[in-house]
Design a binder for this molecule. Structure first.
Ligand code: ATP
Ligand code: MG
Length: 657
């Protein structure tokens, strides 16, 4: 086995053919791959025809100054018009755009496309009144309420790039994002509902603006406040205005200007799983083409009949591409939910699916593993028979989590699309096509039509089937990031400098015997054990395949004998209790049996929680600090920093024992 590529150890033989009916009526069939490979630009031009443009493009792709791409050059378009106005003009104004579900019981709102158009127009007029002009940046710090979508679309309408900051972030995180992108206006609310109680947002904005102003570089001239919880708020006269005053009283007439295809649409900061978040810039035309086409093809969306639900928070790129821009451009009817999956009870999501007859459901492995931990009797209490397609995003879905999702949520019939992409890529790049691809549990399968991906070794040579290496993209794609906001050099250094002409995503992957792609985790997390390069994902998946385990995180810790040793942290399923006296030995043996002795963890710790980012991704670098006995590093993007104290205490106790 070579030292250069990732060792390819796990084998998975289960296959699931697309359901016959879905395949027979699929939006996209196998011919798309060939057609796209024959003429990629013509393929994306055809996808672009699904949208409404002003001026048509001179050129599909200008790649004369790599890595700075321009898509649909010379064309003009308005993202907000494509997401709203055109559906109303086509006579679909009465169609529900959003079934919004608040966290408190019975707090719901159905919003049609016609109503959405009125509100977006009012918000655009109000922002103009507040001095927002084309090119100005607007920060949005809101819970999952309809006004968030309205605010984003109003910014897009004006050509004022938005930066949405997750409502759970601290005032520091908000301040650094406002400063980094130079936002002039902040849109927020008094608060939102989380876990059954109102939680305040406005105080964090007040603090953040104070910090921004103290630093003296950026001036926030207005704070627009939605009344959601009726909490008391401190009011800054001359700066703060209520949404219901200025938006509520604004005109519902607004004529949208067309913007250049390359006009900035938004800046989104990455999750920060591996380090300091990067401000990723997305522009308008290509982004809308990439997201709307993939939303239609990967989810096989039938806008007339489907009810779609993406559970991602709008503060993440998934919320941008697959809750706002992709689905609305496609005229979908969707669910938007304000709260947490367990409020007021652990079956809340399934109750919502039953109530609205959700047909397409898109969530993250971290949520699926939590449900696995809680037990399948919870979803079993609800009628989930409307579901015809399931999606997963954010991390590798462990084969056992895939099987659980398929059986308990998808009734063993709904296909699962495991979608690989990043904040940077803007759109899904690797995924099965539900009417074409026979799914394999744990594999994102292959590049979508029009996307050229590969797995390469250290010298950028394509690895043969059955081998592992680095996932790269060989050709530009429409929704790709254009740069890191304000830092072209960091953009080049981060993504384009490892190999000439290749975009390096930072993820390890392997090709199986059929050439299908499996994500293996971040290359920074790859372990080197006695000269074998082992993937975190495979060992974690082996652990999760044990019936007592719900979730696992694996890191490599320095080891005198082997260079690095495998250290695992596991969460047990609720019905496994404490796992029994021999649990550690049982799990070590299990990994050896599933993958091989080389992958057997030196050490396994049973923990109640794992450190995760706010978007639910496991932060392995912190666990590595623990495993190597270091002080835990930067925890600012951690969802709950007390988790690390808990784990550290257990580790210290184990050391003493
Ligand atoms: P940062 O770049 O700041 O460290 P991040 O990479 O976690 O944060 P995101 O852009 O939200 O920020 O996440 C993209 C990453 O998520 C991918 O690079 C990959 O590691 C992981 N990922 C997303 N979808 C999948 C998937 N379907 N399978 C495996 N991994 C996935
Ligand atoms: Mg990343």
């Amino acid at each position: 086995m070579s030292d250069e590529t990732l060792s390819n150890l796990m084998h998975e033989n289960r296959r699931f053919e697309p359901p016959a009916e879905l395949a027979a009526n699929a939006n996209v069939t196998a011919e798309a791959y060939e057609r796209a490979a024959g003429d990629r630009e013509a393929f994306w031009a055809e996808a672009a025809e699904r949208l409404d443009w002003g001026q048509k493009w001179d050129q599909v792709l200008d790649w004369t100054n790599p890595p700075f791409a321009k898509w649909f050059t010379g064309a003009t378009i308005n993202a907000s018009v494509n997401c709203v106005d055109r559906h109303v003009e086509a006579g679909r104004g009465d169609k529900v755009a959003l079934h919004w579900v608040g966290e408190p019981a019975d707090d719901t709102r159905d919003i049609t496309y016609a109503q959405l158009l009125d509100e977006v127009s009012q918000a655009a007029n109000a922002l103009t009144e507040l001095g927002v002009k084309k090119g100005d940046r607007v920060a949005i710090y809101l819970p999952m309420i309809p006004e968030t979508v309205v605010a984003m679309l109003a910014c897009a309408r004006l050509g004022a790039p938005h930066t949405v900051v997750f409502g759970g972030f601290s005032s520091d995180a908000l301040a650094s994002r406002i400063t980094d992108c130079g936002a002039k206006v902040v849109i927020t609310s008094d608060g939102g509902y989380r876990r059954g109680a109102p939680s305040a947002l406005k105080p964090a904005v007040d603090e953040a603006v104070e910090k921004v102003h103290a630093a003296g570089e950026v001036e926030v001239t207005a704070v627009l406040v939605v009344k959601r919880t009726n909490q008391d708020v401190e009011w800054h006269e001359g700066r703060d205005v209520w949404w219901h005053d200025v938006v509520g009283n604004a005109s519902k007439e607004h004529t949208a200007e067309l913007h250049d295809s390359e006009h900035p649409l938004y800046v989104m900061y990455t999750s920060g799983t591996t380090g300091k978040p990067k401000g990723i810039l997305h522009t308008t035309g290509g982004y809308l083409v990439g997201t709307s086409y993939t939303h239609w093809s990967v989810f096989d969306l039938k806008p007339e009949t489907d009810v779609y639900w993406c559970t991602a928070d709008v503060g993440w790129v998934t919320g941008h591409s697959y809750m706002v821009y992709g689905p609305l451009a496609n005229g979908a009817t969707q669910v938007m939910y304000e709260g947490t999956p367990d409020a007021p009870h652990k079956g809340r999501w399934w109750e919502i699916i039953e109530k609205y007859g959700v047909t397409i459901f898109y969530t993250a492995p971290t949520a699926i593993r939590t449900f696995m931990k809680q037990g399948s009797d919870i979803p079993a209490k609800f009628d989930l028979s409307s579901i015809r397609l399931l999606g997963s995003v954010g991390e590798s879905i462990n084969p056992e989590a895939y099987m659980w999702y398929r059986e308990h949520i998808g009734a063993n019939k709904a296909p699962i699309v495991d979608t690989w992409w990043q904040t940077e890529t803007g759109q899904i790049l690797l995924s099965p096509l539900p009417g074409v691809t026979a799914g394999k549990p744990g594999s994102a399968m292959k590049a979508l039509p029009g996307i050229v991906a590969d797995v390469v070794d250290d010298e950028a040579h394509s690895v043969p089937n059955g081998s592992g290496g680095y996932l790269v993209l060989k050709e530009p794609w429409p929704a790709m990031l254009r740069t890191i906001w304000g830092d072209d050099q960091r953009f080049i250094d981060t993504y384009w400098s490892r190999w000439q002409g290749l975009y390096f995503a930072g993820d390890g992957a392997k090709k199986d015997e059929d050439g299908d792609i499996w994500l293996l985790g971040r290359v920074d997390d790859v372990m080197n054990v006695s000269g074998h390069r082992l993937s975190t994902t495979e060992i974690e998946s082996a652990l999760v395949s044990h019936p007592k385990v719900a979730e696992a995180a694996v890191v490599g810790a320095a080891d005198d004998m082997t260079g690095q040793a495998v250290c695992a942290f596991v969460i047990l399923r609720d019905n496994a209790g404490d796992g029994g006296a021999d649990i550690i030995q049982e799990l070590r043996t299990h990994v050896a049996k599933e993958i091989g002795a080389i992958a057997k963890p030196r050490q396994i710790m049973v923990v109640p929680e794992l450190p995760k980012t706010r978007s639910g991704k496991i932060m392995r670098r912190l666990l590595k600090d623990v495993a190597e006995g270091r002080d835990v590093g930067d925890v600012t993007t951690l969802a709950d920093s007390s988790v690390m104290d808990l784990i550290k205490a257990r580790e210290d106790a184990a050391q003493k024992a």
